[in-house]
Design a protein around this ligand. Structure first.
Ligand code: 2AM
Length: 188
């Protein structure tokens, strides 16, 4: 099963972001992007890829320990950017060093559980809003429309282990579905 660890923002900031996203969806060519929605929105901490069923107990055990060591922290959804001409995302502000420590701990949990974690990349907290479908598209105006956005702060108190169910093959507009499998309180 395809798994990742994430921070799930509460409803209020998600609603604020949804409201701002309305502006982005009015930009020219917005229909050439595949948009995500508030039900999908999360900040990925670590991506585990395909995890065999038998590795799940140890991963959960390790994630529980990671959450036990990491402290709750303040976060807000703020600003945004793009990954090249492929992805438009909203960013995070607040205690980013604490977010980074949690991401490192979630990645280490995967590695210690024996999962092939790939290379360690610089962590960019982001919440994916849209992905390009095909062709060339300048995403600069979309990123610019997020400049100055700052949602309400909240305290991140939980780490979630998420399962990603792939989109139905051959169904136009079908999107992956994300399901929380377990959550741990941050107790450090
Ligand atoms: P994305 O939003 O930048 O696409 C579920 O797919 C979550 O895992 C998404 O947040 C996705 O990030 C992330 N994800 C998917 N594949 C990944 C990969 N190879 N490396 C890192 N994160 C990945």
């Amino acid at each position: 099963m395809r798994l990742f660890a994430a921070v799930l923002p509460p409803a209020h900031p998600l609603g604020q972001l949804a409201e701002r996203m309305g502006r982005l969806r009015e930009l020219p060519d917005a229909d050439r992007l595949r948009w995500t929605g508030p039900d999908d929105w999360h900040f990925t901490l670590a991506f585990y890829g395909e995890v065999p069923e038998e590795a799940l107990p140890e991963l959960q055990e390790r994630l529980g320990r990671a959450a036990h060591r990491c402290a709750a922290y303040e976060l807000r959804i703020a600003g945004g950017g793009r990954f090249g001409d492929r992805v438009v995302w909203a960013g995070a502000d607040g205690d980013r060093p604490a977010m980074r420590r949690l991401a490192d701990a979630a990645e280490a949990a995967g590695r210690r559980a024996g999962l092939p974690m790939g290379e360690h990349r610089p962590y960019t907290p982001h919440l994916t809003l849209a992905r390009k479908r095909t062709g060339r598209l300048d995403l600069v105006p979309y990123a610019a429309a997020l400049a100055g956005f700052s949602g309400s702060a909240w305290t991140v108190t939980e780490l979630a282990l998420m399962r990603s169910h792939p989109p139905a093959p051959g169904v136009p507009g079908s999107r992956p579905r994300y399901e929380p499998l377990a959550r741990w309180r941050l107790e450090g």
